[in-house]
Design a protein around this ligand. Structure first.
Ligand code: PFF
Length: 448
């Protein structure tokens, strides 16, 4: 077996993992679920979920990946040859596959909207026309599938180029680029007259708004946003060199992901409030609400283009991480070349993904447990696969994996200090699993 590829630099690890974490989840999903859950109080609950569940699971995935040095399924197998822990790896790879199938549809929408922004197509249309434009577009199979194909093609190209020359190289300039764009959008948003109400909505919590659903949404979103339970962070962990500090990496990645979600909120809510629009419009927030207001802002043309460019770039640095989880398995299991594994995986994902594209149009009446196919994939992965996969992962690290291995991974074999080991171990054993179980049972209606 050849030597496993690795990320060349610490910044490369950071950029690739932040690239995976920061995506449609931060810029499209986080703002709209914050809007639907009442603003600041939801954000606070979300921060707690990231701290006591997201961060420990992320660090655990890195530990498993770097120690296992292979794809998620075989990493569990090599660390625990007897048990069935590898089921977590199977769930992870299935999640990565299925999420990519529907995520590429929405990433494709962002590309269509980038071209609409460049073509100045939001100008001169009223609210109803902009709403109809979105509805007509997502129901149009030719256009949605075309853009989905482009997204998957780009993703396949980057992944086929490998870890250092593909994923690390592209993430290393796309992630800084998207941070610059988001800061420009923030400055525009907070200097809008009337924008302050948007900031209050984001930062002044109203605790009467916190209920079971808010907590559930916050937990589910923390898995999705940090790309947990999807095999991606275990896969990326397997490419992290022995001298990188896993604790520092996990902490900085979780912080960056959270910060960028909040920066996305700052770019969006002042704009929404400045124009007197309700913040709780749901998934259409960025595709309908914002195109309505861009033409009314001075410099709106350029800000619309930048905004949809931001969404597209953020989506691509995430899609490559999902494909990589599937591809790394294909390479190890079927002994395929990277290029072949990338092409075959992409074709299979595209085949499933087409049904997700069609589920807002020709197939919209076919229902899976009350959802169209796209929403079904979203719920199946976020509420079940990722949650159960993350739960198995954290129980594995807290209760099964030899403590010495964890210590070795956190201290780089005794080369560095890890004064957080005890806290992490305690949280991984008791706090995170119990919190996940309670929220999971509540979400499937057994509790609360
Ligand atoms: N974290 C990504 C986002 O917030 O958009 C979504 C994601 C990426 C989920 C990779 C799962 C994954 F494996």
């Amino acid at each position: 077996m050849g030597k496993r590829e690795s990320f060349k630099s610490s910044f490369g690890v950071f950029a690739a993992a932040v690239g995976s974490a920061v995506g449609l989840g931060n810029i499209w999903r986080f703002p709209y679920i914050t809007g639907m859950n009442g603003g600041a109080a939801f954000i606070l609950v979300y921060l707690i979920c990231v701290a006591i569940i997201g961060l420990p699971v992320l660090l655990s995935e890195f530990v498993i990946g770097r120690k296992g040095k292979t794809n998620p399924i075989d990493s569990f197998k090599s660390l625990a040859p007897q048990g069935k822990w590898y089921i977590s790896g199977i769930l992870g790879i299935m999640s990565a596959f299925l999420i990519l199938a529907f995520y590429s549809v929405i990433a494709g929408w962002t590309l269509e909207y980038l071209t609409k922004a460049i073509g100045n197509q939001f100008v001169g249309k009223d609210v109803a026309e902009i709403g109809a434009m979105f509805e007509n577009f997502i129901a149009d199979p030719k256009r949605t599938i075309f853009w989905q194909f482009i997204i998957l093609g780009l993703t396949c190209y980057i992944v086929a180029n490998g870890i250092e020359k593909g994923i690390e190289k592209y993430s290393s300039f796309l992630v800084p680029a998207l941070i610059v764009i988001i800061i420009i959008l923030d400055i525009r948003a907070i200097t809008l007259p009337g924008g302050k109400m948007g900031l209050d909505f984001l930062f002044k919590p109203d605790f009467s708004k916190v209920n079971g659903k808010v907590i559930l949404d916050a937990l589910g979103h923390s898995f999705f946003s940090l790309s947990l339970g999807a095999g991606t962070m275990i896969t990326y962990g397997s490419y992290i060199k022995g001298n990188e500090k896993l604790g520092t990496s996990a902490l900085s990645i979780a912080l960056a992901d959270t910060l960028i979600a909040i920066l996305a909120g700052i770019a969006i809510f002042p704009v929404v409030f400045a124009f007197g629009i309700e913040p709780n419009s749901g998934p259409g927030l960025v595709f309908v609400t914002l195109p309505n207001v861009f033409p009314q802002i001075s410099g709106g043309y350029i800000f619309a283009v930048l905004f949809f460019l931001l969404l597209t770039l953020a989506a691509i640095t995430s899609t490559i991480s999902m494909l990589e989880a599937v591809v790394s398995f294909g390479i190890d299991k079927f002994k395929l070349s990277r290029k072949k594994a990338a092409i075959i995986s992409t074709i299979l994902i595209f085949i499933v993904g087409v049904f997700a594209s069609l589920s807002n149009g020709p197939l919209k009446d076919i229902s899976f447990f009350g959802n169209n196919f796209l929403d079904f994939l979203d719920k199946l992965t976020a509420n079940y696969f990722m949650t159960i996969g993350s739960l198995i992962t954290i129980i594995f690290v807290g209760w099964k994996l030899n403590k010495k291995i964890i210590e070795e991974q956190l201290t780089n074999g005794g080369m560095i200090e890890s004064n957080y080991m005890r806290t992490y171990y305690f949280v991984a054993r008791y706090i995170s699993p119990i919190a996940i179980i309670i929220v999971f049972l509540a979400s499937i209606g057994i509790l609360g």
